[in-house]
Design a protein around this ligand. Structure first.
Ligand code: HEC
Ligand code: HEC
Length: 386
């Protein structure tokens, strides 16, 4: 987070930082009116129009940013933004509202608002973070993996296996997600989504599995014990606190140390940490031989049956985040007037505008659809908007 000319540089990736560090960095700035008109949504959430072809949540003037001497992109948050962002949900329950939801309900919300970025069951992909990779308790054990040998698995860091506190998840979803409409979820929706994510991580509360119908409410939420709760600091509570602290710091494995030579005691490794016998990649005469992928593993992808192109599915995955609701500056699916204006220019114009991008719509909406498939999706959108 940078503070320039008493302005806060707001970009998509700082939304989360803003919400976490709000009180620390807002002391010197006062809310003013935004030059960009924002629409207030439910629960104080805001949506932002697409301006100058920028699809980000915020209007960033790249031209000025290019000239380092004159950086004054970003703007002072509006009073409504302060109010929407200034929520603290702490591990002890401070700030956590009452409410409830089940994984079953969360699943529907997830499919409507999250799946296009975070993948089926939070599996990730497409550059967006995974929210689960399977059983959290098993995966927590991978965190000390050191990948000393090239073909070993590294640590899996997702919410279930890695995050020390569940309150961060509640807070993060409420404050920062879904990415295009931050702050738009109700408290019950957030409880449902959290239940869904706990379910995807195969987690238990008080020994009870969070299954589809488990009712997650404030009381049960506060009983969540994350598997990695002592992964960042020792358990300092209770009569055994000091003992725990000593034990924790006596074992360098707890904070990144490792042993590759059994005769040597465990020590923090800073240089030449790989086993001397580890296979390396040789580049010879411009080619690579004896290649052993050091960081990734060969994975067999599930076989997908080619059932033909489905325009509706392609729409949901690639277009719905902008065309599915008001407020994104894009013609909304089903809005007859908006689409009539587009159709009146001729379908081929709509195809080519979409393929090459136009005013805030990136080429093909940022998808990697073929021209033909893209046009089928446009046909689908038009047929739904007549
Ligand atoms: C348009 C794409 C998009 C949509 C839709 C979206 N997210 Fe995200 N999500 C992101 C991105 C990008 C990040 C990473 C942000 C960062 O690190 O600054 C993220 C991060 C997260 C994280 C933190 C993950 C981690 O391990 O750091 C959670 C939890 C999350 N999203 C939940 C949700 C939920 C729940 C929804 C639906 C209500 C949702 N997201 C909808 C793009 C999206
Ligand atoms: C990042 C947001 C975004 C995504 C994703 C997106 N669009 Fe758009 N789209 C827009 C915006 C904004 C406009 C309005 C542009 C304007 O006002 O001229 C638009 C306009 C259009 C138009 C009308 C073009 C015209 O001639 O006026 C078509 C057709 C279209 N989109 C199709 C699609 C399809 C198909 C997809 C998915 C494959 C898609 N869009 C994904 C933002 C998006």
């Amino acid at each position: 987070m940078f503070k320039i000319n008493k302005k806060i540089v707001v970009s998509v990736s700082t939304v989360a930082v803003l919400s976490l560090g709000l009180s620390a960095c807002m002391e010197n700035v006062s809310p003013t009116k935004s030059p960009v008109q924002t629409k207030k949504g439910i629960d104080g959430g805001l949506s932002y129009p697409v301006i100058n072809g920028k699809t980000s949540l915020y209007d960033v003037n790249e031209q000025v940013a290019k000239d380092a001497k004159k950086i004054h992109y970003g703007r002072v948050p509006t009073a409504a933004e302060y109010a929407a962002w200034n929520t603290d949900i702490m591990p002890d329950g401070t700030g956590l509202p009452e409410g409830e939801g089940t994984a079953d309900e969360g699943s529907d919300i997830y499919d409507a608002k999250c799946v296009m970025c975070h993948g089926d069951f939070g599996s990730g992909g497409g550059g967006y973070p995974a929210l689960s990779k399977g059983n959290a308790y098993e995966l927590q054990k991978t965190l000390t993996n050191q990948r000393l040998k090239p073909d070993e698995d590294g640590p899996v860091r997702v919410f279930g296996s890695y995050w020390p506190q569940a309150s961060t998840l509640w807070w993060y979803i409420k404050d920062a997600m879904p990415h295009p409409f931050t702050g738009s979820l109700t408290d019950n929706q957030v409880y449902s989504l959290v239940a869904f994510i706990l379910n995807a991580n195969e987690m238990k509360i008080d020994g009870v599995e969070v299954d589809d119908d488990y009712i997650l409410n404030r009381a049960s939420f506060l009983k969540i014990k994350m598997p990695n709760r002592y992964g960042f600091e020792p358990d300092i509570y209770g009569p055994k606190g000091p003992e725990n602290v000593r034990k924790y710091y006596a074992d360098p494995h707890n904070f990144g140390g490792q042993t590759y030579n059994v005769k040597k005691p465990a020590s923090r490794c800073m240089t030449n940490c790989q086993e001397p016998t580890a296979k390396v990649v040789y580049i010879q005469n411009g080619g690579i031989s004896d290649f052993h992928p050091p960081l990734s593993q060969v994975r067999s992808l599930p076989k997908v049956k080619n059932t033909g192109f489905n325009a509706e599915k392609a729409y949901t995955a690639n277009c719905a985040m902008c065309h599915g609701a008001e407020g994104m500056g894009a013609p909304v699916l089903g809005n007859k007037a908006e689409w009539a204006a587009i159709i009146s220019k001729g379908k081929s114009k709509a195809y080519s505008n979409g393929i090459h991008g136009i005013n805030g719509m990136p080429p093909k909406g940022g998808s990697d659809l073929s021209d033909n498939d893209f046009e089928s999706v446009v046909d689908y959108m038009i047929s739904k908007s007549k």
